[in-house]
Design a protein around this ligand. Sequence first.
Ligand SMILES: [Zn+2]
Length: 105
Amino acid sequence: MMNIDQDRMQQVIQEAFDKTNSLRWQTAIAKAKQQLESNPYMHFDGDALLILSDSNTIYRANGTCQCRAYEKGFPCWHRAAARLVERYNEASREACGAEGEAACR
Ligand SMILES: [Zn+2]
């Protein structure tokens, strides 16, 4: 599991939820949230999020993915999770700049 500040992540997730009107994306975000909290096999390599899924497949998600949903042109939680982590990292950097050392996590 990744080392995540839950409050900050919760805020990022809420913003992502509010930004989309798509039920499919909201479902993807909800699944991504649950996986971010429970799946120990997720790793951000600086460019994409590597995810070992329940089906024992490793996905490498950023704007694209390798899963079936993506092939069919649907939102998938892998991409949602990748975007959340990316956004979370941005928020962390912003907090770090604005609030100083103590906020740098
Ligand atoms: Zn996917």
